[in-house]
Every structure is written in C-alpha cells, then in structure tokens.
Design a protein around this ligand. Structure first.
Ligand SMILES: NC(=O)c1ccc[n+]([C@@H]2O[C@H](COP(=O)([O-])OP(=O)(O)OC[C@H]3O[C@@H](n4cnc5c(N)ncnc54)[C@H](OP(=O)(O)O)[C@@H]3O)[C@@H](O)[C@H]2O)c1
Length: 288
C-alpha cells in the first residue's frame, strides 16, 4: 500500500513521514510530495521516493498521485488560496483513483465563529465529502509551537500581551498531530471518521506566563488588553505588518471565544499516550 504525504518540506509533513517510518510502514511504501524536491531530499531518508507536486499545477499533481493508495493531504499554508489548491489536489486524487484521503483540518471547524482559518477548512471538508473518496478528517487543534515566537518575546520583555480574555488553548505538539496522521494513514477503520484532536491540558496565557517564568528564570506576566490595543502594539512596537497583526489578534479572539479549548481526548487515544507536555515542547523549541 503506497502512502503519499504532501507538504514534506514543512514541519508537519516531515514529522508525519518520520512517524510512519517509526511505525510499521516500510520506506518503500511511502512517497514524499513536495514542490521543492531538492529541499525535501535534504531532510528525508536517501532511499525515500520524492515526487514533485505543486498544489497550483494539476499536471504535477496527476503525475505525483499515480499509484497512490492513501494520500495524507497536509493543508497548505497559503491562507486565502487553500480552497482552490486543495480542490486541485482532490480533483487529481479522483483522476488517479486514490483510495483514501486523510486531511488535516482545524479543531471545531464547523462551529468556529472567530477563527481566521476555519472557513477554508470547511470548504475543503465539503469538497472531500463530495468527491466520494473515502476520507478521514483530522481536525487539529493549535500547535504548542505556535507560541514560540511570542514566548521568546515575552521572555525578553517580561510581558505576554494578548486579547484572549482568559480563554484556554488545548494545544499539542506538532509531533503528536503527526503521529495521529501516521496512525490513521497506516491502519484500517478510519474511513468516514472525523477526529477532533487536541491536547490533554487546556491552558491560559496566565498559565503560559508561569511556564515562561520557570523556563527563563525571569518574571513573565500576562497582560490582557483590548483587540485594538493589541493590534496597535503588534504593529507599532513589534514591527509586525498589519495583515499578520490582524491574524494574531483574530486568533486571540477565537481563543477568547473558547474555540481552541476543546479537550476531546481523541488525540491521546489515537497515538496511544498522553499528549506532549506543553512545558517540554516549548523548552525544546526555545532551545533550538
Ligand atoms: N494547527 C495549527 O496550529 C496550525 C498552525 C499553523 C498552520 N497550520 C496548518 O497546518 C499545515 C501544516 O503545518 P506546518 O507547520 O507543517 O506548516 P509549514 O511548515 O508552513 O508547511 C506547509 C507546507 O505546505 C507546502 N506548500 C505550500 N504551498 C504549496 C504548493 N503550492 N504546493 C505544494 N506544497 C505547498 C509548503 O511547501 P514549501 O516548503 O515549498 O513552501 C510546506 O511544505 C499548514 O500548512 C497550515 O495549513 C496549522
């Protein structure tokens, strides 16, 4: 059975390949897809098949998906372009008679009201269901690693700024989500399932400040501010461009609304162990 994984120059794609190989999957049964095959080859095993696949080019996708049984479609990072890109992949998978698609969506995609990313995932989930290809949806919660940059900054300034208003985040490490993708891709019985995946512990920015105090040895406090204040601070003080600052503020709004807090326990069940401790993930990421 050939399992192809997209986005293998990215974090989650590479970790998914690693997790497949750490399980029972042979390297000869894995195909890494990338739009920069040279870069992919630098971080993958030398004996792994790597195929060129650009979500923006149906021709490359047709060639890349030939003979593939299970496709792990790691969602694209081109926010705003993703519905179209994912449609290209799903159409090519239909033409190539791919037997199964595993897609990485976002936690609570259909109930989300504030999340700036949920819309494109819902469109993709609908496209997958309409395609008739047996599908497994992995609605991934937030990565703990998303907070590394703000953690670094907070450890420098002593202040963790946000507009989460005490909202919680049930984050898990990328490696946890990757392991779940590998388990689902390599084992039977997941067709038609939608898994809501999240960490075993939901934490607030105040909790994060305590962790950062522990890790840095200096006092870090969380400071909850209005959306407008946070946006201005990100642009004026941190030098972030307006679009990215707007995205960060919108994510905090989603957190404030509880959209990333859901602790379902489904991730630890799939991977067979508790999700990785938030402090451990941050400590490792901050040390790199
Ligand atoms: N749950 C969360 O907290 C969270 C946070 C951030 C993102 N995400 C989503 O999860 C996905 C995986 O996360 P990640 O950390 O692995 O992201 P990442 O490191 O940014 O990887 C994204 C991958 O998408 C590939 N890609 C982008 N455009 C492409 C195209 N036109 N054709 C083929 N490949 C293309 C990139 O290729 P290049 O290396 O060539 O650019 C890269 O391999 C993201 O793409 C995003 O949809 C989730």
């Amino acid at each position: 059975m050939k399992i192809a994984v997209t986005g293998t120059t990215g974090h989650l794609g590479r970790l998914t390949i690693e997790a497949l190989l750490q399980g029972d999957t042979e390297v000869s049964d894995v195909i890494a897809l990338a739009r920069d095959t040279e870069r992919a080859s630098q971080s993958l095993r030398a004996d792994m098949e790597i195929r060129y696949a650009d979500y923006d080019s149906s021709e490359t996708l047709d060639a890349a998906l030939t003979g593939v049984d299970t496709l792990v479609l790691i969602s694209s990072n081109a926010v705003g372009q993703r519905s179209r890109q994912h449609r290209n992949v799903i159409d090519a998978a239909q033409r190539a008679a791919v037997s199964r698609i595993v897609y990485t969506s976002v936690l609570g995609a259909r109930e989300a009201r504030f999340s700036p990313v949920a819309g494109e995932h819902v469109v993709t989930e609908d496209l997958l269901h309409a395609s008739g290809i047996p599908t497994t949806i992995l609605r991934n919660g937030w990565y703990t690693e998303n907070f590394v940059d703000s953690a670094r900054q907070a450890m420098e300034t002593g202040e963790l700024l946000g507009n989460t208003h005490g909202g919680k985040i049930a984050s898990a490490s990328r490696a946890d989500y990757a392991q779940a993708a590998a388990v689902v891709a390599a084992t039977d019985g997941h067709e038609g399932q939608t898994y809501e995946l999240s960490g075993d512990w939901a934490w607030t920015y105040a909790d994060l400040a305590v962790i950062l105090t522990e890790l840095s040895g200096r006092d870090v406090h969380s400071r909850d501010v209005s959306e407008e204040f946070h946006l201005d601070a990100l642009v004026a003080l941190a030098g972030m461009d307006e679009a990215l600052a707007g995205f960060v503020v919108a994510v905090d709004q989603a957190i404030a609304a509880g959209e990333l807090a859901k602790q379902t326990g489904e991730l630890s069940v799939l991977i067979g162990h508790p999700t990785t401790d938030v402090t451990q993930t941050l400590a490792e990421a901050l040390s790199r």
